[in-house]
Structures are given as structure tokens and as C-alpha cells.
Design a protein around this ligand. Structure first.
Ligand code: SF4
Length: 341
């Protein structure tokens, strides 16, 4: 099986009907399509299909949806860098991924060839990190940094690790879940660092943890890499206590510590995935009754406009009389928020 990246191949494989192909081609003009062989082999599960198979529902773009839902642009001092919090930066060497998740919060950017950093731009981004001595942690994201060749990734990691004030490196990736064959000896070799390197794996359903995925994760564990997960709360995929409990228990059982559960962002054409904040708070509160603390991620909301993440379950968020929410941001300011389902 090979990658599927266009409507024609989806129709040929019987994954979408001929009648839907016109609408899906329109979706593909705006938001990239890519399904990996690992994902394609798992398409009999609704939780997998919903995440990767493009839908005509994506053409329904709500007025309140944003093309930069978490406000990255506002905190981009230089191409490839997002500097929102003082002690850490995002370094985005590329904006391509092996798969394109239909709910992606960076869907306006991912898949765009012009968003890949040139050598010169990468050097400028690294120079920004060198000059800012309060940067303690560098988070490689994008796009998916593990879709770079081990040599290219290794060259970037060498340069980041050589910056004395950077003490921690983090890589956000979907690769171990969608292309586990890429966890090769050469990749493990370049991830073997003197400085702490954490891998944050994006996983939304225990059904993603196939045999191949588990084998790949075992290799990462054996290589001594600390593994954390992040998940997105998604309608019809994991929006129940039972489904999330199964996901988080399964992750802990294979040595991945659940880190964040993200409230879905206001990304364009994703309203069919959104769950209300009220429901998210109820589910996560119920999870506290049954689930071990080691398996409980922090439920967070990225406040639109680049105002940073706040815990979505606690005192940062209060219901208002008109069925909306008042949010205390990390800057101790207050903003109004609505779900726009
Ligand atoms: S892997 Fe991450 S960045 Fe890439 S499409 Fe999925 S959610 Fe977006």
C-alpha cells in the first residue's frame, strides 16, 4: 500500500464515492490530503476514518473560525520561530506532515511548500535562539519534524543542542502513530542526545495503537526517550469518558504519559469535530473519579488570539449568565469565549 494524496486515489480505493469527489476536490484545494499506509490499513475503524478522511463538511467554514486559531502569527518575530512564552520557542523547520489530520489547528499552513525553511532562514531562526538567552526549551514542531530525514533532523538537533542556554528539546510528532516504519536505527541514533529530549506523540484514540505502532514505541522506549502524549477532544472520536479512559490507560500501559488534552480550536471547517466546553469539563471531571492520576492529562484551552493555554477544567474559566464563558488568561486579563458549535 502506498500514500494517498488526492481525490482520485480515494475514489479508486473505494474510500469516497464518485458523487462526493467534486466536493472533496474542493476541500483538497484548501486543505491538503495525505493518508499513510499505516492509517490506510486501519481504515475499518470509524475513529481512524474520521480523523484522516476528508469530508465535504470541511467546506462549511463558520464566520467565527480563524485561519490562525491560536495566534501563532502574532508571536512570529522571524520565519520559523514562534515565541509566545519567555522561556521557550517553537522552531518550525517545515510545515509538511506524513498525514493531514482533518481537524488540524495549523491546517491553513501545513502542506504549504513555501513554508519550509531554507538553509538561510533556518540559520536566522537558530541565531534568534542563540541571541535570546532566556530560551530554556526549544520545541520542534511544524509540520512534523520526524518527517525530515534523520540526517537533516540530526543537523538541526546538533545546532540546537550546541546552544548553551537551551537545556531541553521537545519534538512534537505524529510519525510513531502514522508511519512507525520511520523509527529506524538512524532516527534513534540522531535522537540520542546529551541534553534532555522529550517526544510528544499526538494520539486521539486507542485504536491508533496498532501492532506496528506498539513495536515502534517500544523502540523509542528502549532508546530511553521520555514519551508524553497530547490528544485533541474530538466529537465522535473520543468525546466520552469511556473512550478517553481507554485511550489514556492504553498510553500509560505502553509507557507514554498523557500530557495535554486540547479543547478543539476554532480552526476553519472543523465545526463537525467540536465539542462544547461544558461537555469537555464534564467528561474530564468524571474521568477524575475513575482514572489513576498518572493517566490524567491536563485539559487545556488555547485562548484564541494567541493569549496562551489555560487549564480548561478549573478556575481559569467561569460560565457566564448568557451561556458563554469568561476566561482568565495567563496574563491575568479576562476575555469572553464561545464554543460556536
Ligand atoms: S500531524 Fe499535527 S501538524 Fe500535521 S496535520 Fe496532523 S495535527 Fe496538523
Amino acid at each position: 500500500m502506498s500514500y494517498i494524496r488526492n481525490t482520485h486515489a480515494l475514489v479508486k480505493q473505494g474510500l469516497i464515492s464518485e458523487e462526493k469527489s467534486e466536493a472533496i476536490t474542493k476541500v483538497a484545494e484548501k486543505f491538503q490530503i495525505s493518508l499513510s499506509p499505516e492509517v490506510l490499513a486501519n481504515m475499518d475503524k470509524a475513529e481512524i476514518r474520521e480523523q484522516y478522511l476528508p469530508s465535504e463538511k470541511e467546506l462549511d467554514i463558520k464566520e467565527q473560525e480563524l485561519n490562525d486559531p491560536i495566534g501563532d502569527q502574532k508571536f512570529t518575530p522571524i520565519k520559523g520561530i514562534t515565541h509566545r512564552y519567555p522561556d521557550r520557542v517553537l522552531l518550525k523547520p517545515l510545515h509538511t506532515c506524513s498525514v493531514y489530520c482533518r481537524f488540524c489547528f495549523r491546517r491553513e499552513k501545513v502542506g504549504q511548500a513555501e513554508e519550509i525553511l531554507s538553509q538561510n532562514e533556518l540559520e536566522h531562526a537558530l541565531q534568534y535562539i542563540r541571541k535570546n538567552k532566556n530560551i530554556w526549551e526549544v520545541i520542534l514542531t511544524g509540520g512534523d519534524p520526524l518527517s525530515l530525514s534523520p540526517q537533516k533532523l540530526g543537523a538541526i538537533l546538533d545546532k540546537v543542542e550546541a546552544i548553551a542556554h537551551v537545556k531541553v528539546i521537545r519534538i512534537h510528532t505524529r510519525i510513531p502513530l502514522v508511519a512507525p516504519e520511520k523509527i529506524s536505527a538512524s532516527l534513534l541514533n540522531v535522537l540520542d542526545r546529551e541534553k534532555a529530549l522529550y517526544l510528544i506523540l499526538h494520539c486521539n484514540s486507542h485504536k491508533e495503537l496498532t501492532e506496528n505502532v506498539r513495536l515502534g514505541i517500544k523502540k523509542l522506549c528502549k532508546a530511553g526517550l521520555p514519551l508524553l502524549s497530547q490528544s485533541v477532544l474530538l466529537k465522535n472520536i473520543n468525546d466520552s469518558v469511556e473512550k478517553l479512559e481507554e485511550l489514556f490507560r492504553s498510553l500509560v500501559e505502553i509507557r507514554i504519559r498523557p500530557y495535554y488534552l486540547h479543547h478543539p480550536d476554532l480552526a476553519q471547517g472543523t465545526s463537525h469535530f467540536r465539542v462544547s466546553l461544558e461537555r469537555g469539563r464534564q467528561i474530564t471531571s468524571d474521568l477524575r473519579k475513575s482514572l489513576s492520576g498518572i493517566a490524567q492529562p491536563l485539559y487545556v484551552l488555547d485562548v484564541p488570539g494567541g493569549l496562551g493555554k489555560v487549564p480548561a477544567g478549573g478556575e481559569f474559566i467561569q460560565a457566564t449568565e448568557d451561556e458563554a464563558w469568561k476566561i482568565r488568561t495567563i496574563h491575568d486579563t479576562f476575555v469572553d469565549y464561545q464554543d460556536y458549535l
